[in-house]
Design a protein around this ligand. Structure first.
Ligand SMILES: Nc1ncnc2c1ncn2[C@@H]1O[C@H](COP(=O)(O)OP(=O)(O)O)[C@@H](O)[C@H]1O
Ligand SMILES: [Mg+2]
Length: 360
């Protein structure tokens, strides 16, 4: 079964891999990564309003996962988009927002379903705005553009792709005694090696990582920010994927993914702690310094769910009527919590302390 980078890898082995996966080094790392992930899960549960995390952190994941694929926008543009008319949002920002929607769709689906081929298709469809279908005979390959050569050519033919995906979802859902973190890592290699779509494989695969952890009960909400590690170690990501195919180097791949989980779990836990502190401090200040009739928990929470707010958001949340809502926002600006920006005829208020926290 000699493997050639420029010929479809139709002999891609089924899961589970025949190799020994649980080497001493892998098991050691799996322990520390699991511990970091458990801390993250606990930290997420301490946040009073989960919508705060479900809005902000997946958006960061969406941004960097898309950036791995050269779809680039800024955090500011993303948050601001919530306050803008759809037609005024640039295409890259819209694409990143679709990533978040796709992640959310998958997460909601797991309440009643398990990861299967249909769910994978749905995620990729939301991501790519409707067009995704499983590949058939399209000639696609992964290239090293700089070197001008093929790095990898995935298996060809729809029936083969369906069989491989079924094997992959059985592996993810099945009994088996492999640790769920290792299962996620193995599945991510396999998904990328199958490369079932013409485009969107990297992003769909990284959404599946989070979904696999949620399905396994290692996370309650989709807040692990894995793409942060991947983009900081991107050449290695590509090299490690290729090394499994070319040399069966599972250990290198698993250690890479476990390091990604551990490091980003720690980082995300830290961010959640900081968000929580800011939330408490802001609540305190609003309670003390806003006119009494203005203060409500809902108001403060809204400032954390939407780092950019406008009058309409307060009205929609039932916090105040139009006129009064405008007064509230101006008061919050006077306190220095929000900062108003003129956008055409409308004023949009941003929450700089939260935005700073979210941007490293
Ligand atoms: N040698 C390789 N073998 C398998 N998959 C790879 C390899 N190198 C890169 N990849 C995967 O291919 C992804 C890019 O595929 P693509 O369909 O363009 O994703 P997207 O549309 O999300 O940009 C990378 O993010 C990576 O996950
Ligand atoms: Mg692409």
């Amino acid at each position: 079964m000699a493997y050639r980078n420029n010929e479809p890898y139709n002999d891609l082995p089924l899961l589970p891999p025949a190799a020994l996966l649980e080497t001493t080094a892998v098991l050691r790392r799996a322990i520390t990564a699991s511990r970091a992930l458990a801390e993250l899960k606990g930290a997420g549960n301490l946040i009073p309003n989960q919508a705060i995390l479900i809005n902000a952190i997946p958006l960061q994941e969406a941004r960097l996962s898309s950036e791995i694929e050269n779809i680039v926008t800024t955090q500011d543009a993303l948050f601001r988009a919530a306050t803008a008319a759809e037609g005024r949002v640039d295409p890259a920002t819209r694409e990143v927002l679709r990533y978040r929607t796709a992640l959310r769709h998958g997460f909601e689906a797991l309440r009643t379903r398990r990861i299967d081929i249909d769910l994978i298709l749905e995620v990729c469809r939301v991501l790519s705005d409707g067009a995704a279908a499983l590949r058939d005979a399209e000639p696609i390959l992964i290239e090293d553009v700089a070197a001008g050569q093929a790095v990898y050519t995935p298996p060809r033919g729809r029936a083969r792709i369906v069989a491989l995906l079924r094997n992959l979802t059985d592996f993810l859902n099945g009994p088996g005694d492999l640790d769920p973190l290792l299962r996620m890592a193995v599945a991510h290699y396999q998904f990328e090696a199958i490369h079932p779509f013409v485009d969107g494989n990297g992003r769909t695969g990284r959404i599946l990582n989070i979904l696999a952890l949620v399905q396994a009960g290692l996370l309650d909400i989709p807040v692990l920010y894995l793409s942060r590690y991947i983009i900081q170690n991107k050449p290695e990501y590509y090299r490690r994927l290729a090394a499994v195919t070319e040399r069966g180097d599972w250990e290198g791949w698993l250690l890479y993914m476990l390091a990604a989980v551990e490091e980003t779990a720690r980082w995300t836990t830290g961010r959640i702690g900081a968000i929580r502190e800011l939330f408490e401090a802001t609540t305190e200040r609003c309670r003390r310094e806003l006119p009494e009739y203005m203060y409500s928990r809902e108001l403060v929470e809204l400032l954390f769910v939407q780092p950019y707010v406008k009058v309409k958001f307060l009205v929609d949340a039932g916090i105040a009527k139009r006129q009064t809502a405008a007064v509230y926002l101006r008061e919050l600006e006077k306190l220095g919590i929000l900062q108003g920006e003129r956008h055409g005829r409308e004023t949009v208020y941003k929450h700089p302390a939260l935005l700073d926290l979210l941007s490293e």
